[in-house]
Design a protein around this ligand. Structure first.
Ligand SMILES: *Cc1c(COP(=O)(O)O)cnc(C)c1O
Length: 398
């Protein structure tokens, strides 16, 4: 499947998935829209129904070269991966991956710093279907072994964690899981395969909210699950049964975004490090939670395991109240106020992670802001943040 295994990731994002038979030589894999596929005669119709539909036109729900090309590209970015399935959102990808490995009576171990809708799926639909979830401390490492019971079937990781950015000891958890025959799943949206090649590190299912860095332009929703060796059939069967399908137009936007992902990530990394470092020197700030900065929980895991950092992190104010935090955010011009991240534009939102935790608490009580650093000039972003701090100072001292 992957004939260019030796090339670097920045090359792969350019070349991957662009098979000649899917593009006819057109540079960007075109949009093939379809529901009905017509057959020459009944014999061909019957033959099509009886064989594997992978990478064969069959019916629109099974995709066209537009979706196959993106899925294949994401597989190529994960050395050792068996295949990728696309979903209409990151949350749909999380749900399908969990349903591919869990059955009634099973137990899931879910990191306490998981994206809130992932928690919601576990405590909602999974619970309704008789699957129990135990939350664990993101810093648990090999201690995960103590939580494994007779019904534990899957360990779900997200590293760094949503909102609080704890970097998990993934190799330690993978080793424990393998020793017990337990499936591992990782939400790898923050690092992408460029900064953390999850399948090569032994993860069974790696999940991306492609809505973020793959699409990269805040104009489409998309998710993916890439499966490790021997894991793709279960994922594909489950996803077919769920009727999952991605519109070819959205797959096209994902493919188009992917081509610049390496160069965008390089700039997100550089700019976010500059802004995080600058925030760390500010008297208004008590802590910056960025995996590449030493006071971020799990920083040593980040240094050991990751090839780079992306553009999302959070910081805590030294004092002040919610009104001061709101004044800070409302004053910003270049940082938009809105959910999601991974686009080219900067964002800032207030976050209150304690609302989404059940087994861990933060030592630091400062109010938090989550920052997505976009592709604007960092000196303009810093000037904007300075205006925000002036407004914060005025509000905090009233
Ligand atoms: C946004 C996000 C998701 C969900 O992706 P959607 O495409 O918005 O459904 C999943 N995991 C993480 C870490 C995210 O930030």
């Amino acid at each position: 499947m992957n004939d260019r295994d030796d090339t670097k990731p920045a090359t792969k994002v350019v070349t991957a998935g662009r098979r000649k038979e899917w593009t006819s030589g057109i540079v960007n894999p075109p949009v093939w829209r379809a529901s009905t596929i017509l057959y020459d005669d009944v014999a061909h119709l019957r033959a099509a129904a009886g064989r594997d539909t992978h990478h064969r036109l069959f019916y629109g729900r099974r995709g066209t070269p537009t979706q196959w090309s993106l899925a294949d590209a994401l597989t190529e970015l994960e050395p050792g991966a068996e295949g990728t399935f696309l979903y209409p959102s990151g949350v749909a990808a999380v749900a399908a991956a969990l349903l591919a490995v869990l059955s009634p009576g099973d137990e899931l171990l879910l990191v306490d710093s998981a994206y809130d809708p992932t928690r919601g799926f576990a405590t909602g639909l999974l619970r309704r279907f008789g699957i129990t979830t135990s939350f664990y401390d993101p810093m648990i490492g090999t201690g995960i072994a103590d939580l494994i019971g007779p019904n534990t079937r899957a360990i779900f990781m997200e590293s760094p964690g949503s909102l609080t950015f704890e970097v998990q000891d993934i190799p330690a958890i993978v080793a424990v899981a393998k020793a017990h025959g337990i499936a591992t799943l990782l939400d790898n949206t923050w690092a992408t395969p460029l900064f953390f090649p999850a399948i090569a590190r032994g993860i069974d299912y790696t999940i991306l909210a492609c809505t973020k860095y793959v699409v990269g332009h805040s104009d489409a929703m998309l998710g993916s699950v890439t499966a490790g060796p021997g894991r793709f059939a279960a994922l594909r069967d489950t996803s077919f049964q769920l009727g999952q399908h991605v519109a070819p137009d959205d797959a096209f936007l994902g493919s188009r975004g992917l081509r610049t992902m390496a160069v965008r990530l390089r700039q997100h990394q550089e700019s976010a490090l500059a802004i995080a470092g600058w925030l760390d020197t500010r008297p208004e700030v008590s802590a910056v939670y960025h995996p590449a900065l030493p006071n971020c929980p799990g920083h040593e895991n980040f240094v050991r395991d990751f090839a780079g950092s992306s553009g999302l992190f959070s910081f805590a104010f030294a004092g002040g109240d919610d009104a001061a935090r709101t004044a800070f955010i409302d004053t910003l011009d270049l940082f938009g106020i809105g959910y999601s991240w991974g686009g080219y534009e900067s964002l800032a939102i207030p976050i209150d992670p304690q609302r989404h935790r059940s087994v861990t608490t933060r030592a630091d009580t400062g109010l938090l802001v989550r920052i997505q650093v976009g592709l604007e000039d960092t000196s303009d972003l810093i000037a904007d943040l300075e205006r925000g701090f002036a407004a914060w100072g005025a509000a905090a001292t009233v």
